[in-house]
Design a protein around this ligand. Structure first.
Ligand SMILES: Nc1ncnc2c1ncn2[C@@H]1O[C@H](COP(=O)(O)OP(=O)(O)OP(=O)(O)O)[C@@H](O)[C@H]1O
Ligand SMILES: [Mg+2]
Length: 455
């Protein structure tokens, strides 16, 4: 129940207002401005009815003080008819409304009701926005970085619209999960979610895959087959890796999107399309259009609303959350107890560049879980590449902290660089020397100095 504070020095006014309002709200009374402010400090109020002319601190001063507070409740000011100018003053100070004494019972009641309703709505909006801001997952997507919260908000918005969405992002950033989340939060959630991987289906089969075929349409078509467009009726069709689509299917797809009808291969009639289209790509589609590999008109059809999945290296705050999620999953799958992540492991995970994004993190954690035999995930359980990045970072820190001489730091760095080049060249010395821009002879000398030999 809403709570209303009545501030008036006259007992009669206070009591009649209590009688008037007690059915719709809890009424708290105060006989002066100071008592009113004390009451407000004790209990949150949703509305204040305030007399302006009172002995001691005035109603205007009360109002001024109130406006300093964040989330101050609305105020209805009570005035005697002759002091309307003061009422105007009060409105300037932020009062929501005023009523002249003697007040009209119904008019006052309506004003109270409206202001309380408005206040409740305001609070609801704040609560919902907060909830959305605090959310660390939408569908299967997890994240707490600002970048991911933006993604979550966009997904919620896109779920409510029927627009075609192009989801972009590097490999492993969660494009497919985003598509599923949009579907699951949309009014079509009860319908099917049909993914089509445009990269995995041979060009010759693509049309029949998307649009279906009639019996006898081509040599292998022994049965009539329903295409993905039709299967996705009432639901969502997810065209994954759309950048890989060949020119033939591109043309057919464009027609389907433009005219909202399809034709089965070998069929005669047209069939209406009732599928929402989501598409994803990790390619630079604009570049593909310029290179003539992707139709410009199709590009504009699918690029109605873009959703950008940020790479993991741009949102390192998410690494820990995701690592813990994957860790828990992997351990549960193996029916093993919890595993703690050592601090230096954590730092290494957060520092690494993650070219394969979340998928790579998931793989690293899964692999580490199978390697470790203790209760703590150690740095040594991580792949070589992660440890190496950490080692060079360490070097810099130790040098800066005066714990390492410049000479030793340079030597360590040189050793790392040599090892990396050699590993990348499969320990072919000529290629490693080329990559480093030194002669093979010098490389050999340095290898001997650092004791580097092919494992
Ligand atoms: N934000 C996330 N929260 C939880 N899991 C995630 C998140 N992002 C990605 N993943 C996981 O990472 C893997 C890759 O995600 P997904 O397949 O959606 O990526 P993608 O962008 O479609 O990659 P690709 O371009 O390689 O197809 C999946 O196992 C998915 O569960
Ligand atoms: Mg994908």
């Amino acid at each position: 129940m809403a709570r209303v504070l009545v501030v008036d020095d006259e007992t009669g006014v206070r009591e009649s207002l209590r009688m008037l309002l007690k059915q719709e709200c809890e009424v708290v009374t105060a006989d002066g401005a100071d008592a009113g402010l004390r009451a407000m400090a004790e209990l949150p109020m949703d509305l204040v009815i305030l007399d302006l002319v009172m002995p001691g601190r005035s109603g205007l001063s009360f109002l001024e003080e109130l406006q300093e507070q964040s989330d101050a409740p609305p105020v209805i000011v009570l005035t005697a008819t002759k002091t309307v100018t003061t009422a105007v003053e009060a409105m300037k100070l932020g009062a929501a409304d005023y009523v002249t004494k003697p007040y009209e019972i119904d008019a006052l009641r309506i004003k109270v009701r409206q202001l309380l309703q408005h206040r409740a709505l305001q609070h609801e909006v704040v609560r919902l926005t907060d909830e959305l801001d605090q959310r660390t997952r939408v569908g299967e997507l997890v994240g707490k970085s600002d970048a991911m919260r933006d993604v979550f908000r966009t997904i919620e918005r896109l779920a409510r619209s029927p627009a075609t969405v192009l989801i972009r992002g590097e490999s492993g950033t969660g494009k497919e999960l985003a598509a599923r989340a949009i579907h699951d939060l949309s009014p079509r959630a009860g319908g099917p979610f049909i993914p089509v991987n445009c990269a995995a289906i041979p060009d010759t089969l693509m049309e029949s895959e998307l649009f279906g075929h009639e019996r006898g349409a081509f040599t292998d078509a022994r049965e009539r087959r329903i295409g993905k467009f039709e299967s996705a009726g009432g639901g969502t069709l997810f065209l994954d890796e759309i950048g890989e689509l060949a020119p033939g299917p591109q043309a057919k797809l464009l027609r389907a999107l433009q005219e909202r009808v399809i034709e089965r291969v070998g069929g005669t009639g047209t069939i209406e399309v009732d599928a929402r289209i989501l598409a994803a790509t990790n390619r630079d589609l604009e570049q593909e259009v310029r290179a003539g590999r992707f139709r410009e008109d199709l590009y504009y059809r699918i690029h109605v609303v873009p959703l950008e999945m940020p790479p993991l290296r741009d949102r390192r705050e998410d690494v820990r959350l995701l690592a813990e999620l994957f860790l828990k999953r992997a351990r549960e799958r193996a029916a093993q107890g919890p595993l703690r992540i050592a601090r230096e492991t954590q730092l290494a995970l957060e520092r690494y560049g993650w070219p394969g994004n979340v998928r790579e993190l998931e793989n690293v954690i899964e692999r580490a879980v199978t390697l470790t035999d203790g209760e703590i995930l150690e740095l040594a359980d991580l792949p070589e590449a992660l440890m190496r990045e950490t080692r060079t970072d360490d070097l810099r820190e130790r040098l800066r902290g005066g714990r390492l001489s410049l000479e030793d730091a340079v030597a360590s760095f040189e050793q790392e660089a040599l090892r990396e080049a050699l590993e990348q060249a499969g320990w072919n010395q000529t290629r490693a020397a080329d990559a480093l821009g030194v002669t093979r002879r010098l490389l050999k000398i340095k290898m001997d100095r650092h004791g580097l030999t092919k494992p």
